[in-house]
Ligand binder design. Structure first.
Ligand code: DOR
Ligand code: ZN
Ligand code: ZN
Length: 426
């Protein structure tokens, strides 16, 4: 017995339109995609009723918090939240407790994901032991254990020499280095970006250069070592410029952007009490927002990620200055971008979907992210036409920390399938 998903709509390549298609799924794989009304006799039938059928989303930057911070999120809750957002593959950051800097911790995460997770979980390993930036981890052993790249996300690698050594080693084993770009000497306790909001409230601002200096430094080191260097959560106009320049020179640099940096600036922050507007890197100026959008549009920025970063209500109630950095992202990413960029006519649906599916797969050499016969049936059904407000109490994530509460959006996922198995439905 297989499964028919009938009456779905899929984007037609190169044309800004959708076509009705019926998909047959067998043995976990997409076995047929056709336009003729199928004979579904003897098979399970899912009627998509005109909903969009997309390859499942791939998020290469998420925080699942396990092990160590289970009060914020677990692999069980984080993967459910991801599935509800239409994600079928997620790559998790190693700033857990303990950090993912040893084979046993990689194994722990993979084992938990296998037993309790409902989407594919790909762990990253740390660049440095304990993420202290002093000593490299055992890259070969971590690769062998199953990490998909090396990163100290949460903190920047402060030493240029350490970053160069990490890149040379990663390059020798054909692995990417993924960088949270932040020069600590330029940050010193800032909670928001330098800009209108910081000036108005007399706060110390985090300057764009704290990010861009690392981007520029690392692009030169990537050129010297030949590594695939991937820049995390680009937020500053200067970073976009440097990455564009690096790509023009044929340097292997790729990058990602988060929905919040495409949609919000520091001028949107309602006040100093609401830490749901605090994340790292911070919301920048409207000029930076335009620059990251332009960077995504011209291919300087390759993919969209959430940087899903759940924290407890108590932690986020400490106000802008004291609360930890981070907002949740899985359950709002697609509706936000679809509503604000596709429905407004700025992007085609295909453009958005590519940056959440096939492009991340291509960048990191993953076998998912494309809806075609023979591929594993990782997919999501999305209602493009019903409007609904963002309601954090409905989130499957333990985190409720979002600045998008109450936003009226279109494009809500209704069913998510991984390897032919429905893992979440409305
Ligand atoms: O906002 C952020 N939250 N930025 C980071 O770099 C770390 C992350 C977290 O772990 O909470
Ligand atoms: Zn980061
Ligand atoms: Zn992160």
């Amino acid at each position: 017995m297989g499964t028919w998903i009938i009456n779905g709509r899929v984007p037609v390549r190169g044309q800004n339109e959708l076509a009705t298609r019926h998909l047959f799924i067998e043995d976990g794989k997409i076995a047929a995609i056709g336009s003729d009304v199928p004979d579904t006799n003897g098979h399970e039938v899912i009627d998509a009723k005109g909903k969009l059928v997309s390859a499942g989303f791939i998020d290469m930057h998420v925080h699942l918090r396990e092990p160590g911070f289970e009060y914020k999120e677990t692999i069980a809750t984080g993967t459910r939240s991801a599935a509800r957002g239409g994600y079928t593959t997620i790559a998790c950051m190693p700033n857990t407790r303990p950090v993912i800097d040893k084979v046993e911790t990689v194994k722990y995460v993979l084992d938990k994901a296998e037993k309790e997770g409902i989407v594919r979980v790909l762990p990253y390993g740390c660049i440095s032991k304990n993420q202290l930036g002093r000593e490299l981890t055992d890259f070969a052993a971590l690769k062998e254990a199953g990490v998909v790249g090396f990163t100290d996300d949460g903190v920047g690698v402060q030493s240029a020499q350490m970053m160069k050594d990490a890149m040379a080693l990663a390059a020798s084993m054909n692995m990417p280095v993924i960088a949270h770009c932040e020069d600590n000497t330029l940050v010193e306790g800032g909670a928001v970006s330098e800009g209108e909001f910081a000036r108005k409230h007399g706060l110390k601002g985090i300057p764009n250069e704290s990010e861009a200096i690392h981007v520029g430094r690392d692009i030169l080191l990537a050129e010297a070592t030949g590594v695939h260097y991937h820049v995390c959560h680009v937020s500053a106009e200067q970073s976009v410029r440097l990455i564009r320049h690096g790509k023009q020179f044929g340097i292997k640099v790729t990058s990602e952007v988060c929905p919040h940096h495409l949609l919000l600036s520091d001028e949107d922050i309602p006040g100093v009490d609401d830490a749901n507007w605090k994340m790292n890197p911070p919301l920048r100026t409207p000029k930076d927002v335009e620059a990251v959008i332009a960077g995504l549009e011209d291919g300087t920025i390759d993919i969209i990620v959430t940087d899903h970063a759940p924290h407890s209500e108590e932690e986020k109630a400490r106000g802008l200055q004291m609360a930890p950095f981070g907002i949740v992202g899985f359950e709002t990413a697609f509706p936000l971008l679809y509503t604000k960029f596709v429905r407004t006519g700025r992007w085609t649906l295909e453009f958005l979907l590519d940056r959440m599916t096939s492009k991340p797969a291509e960048l990191f050499g993953l076998p998912w992210g494309v809806l075609e016969v023979g591929r594993e049936a990782d997919l999501t059904l999305i209602d493009l036409d019903a409007e609904k407000a963002v309601e954090p109490s409905e989130f499957l994530s333990k985190g409720r920390n979002t600045p998008f509460t109450g936003w009226k959006l279109y494009g809500w996922p209704s069913l998510t399938m991984v390897g032919g198995k429905t893992v979440w439905s409305e």
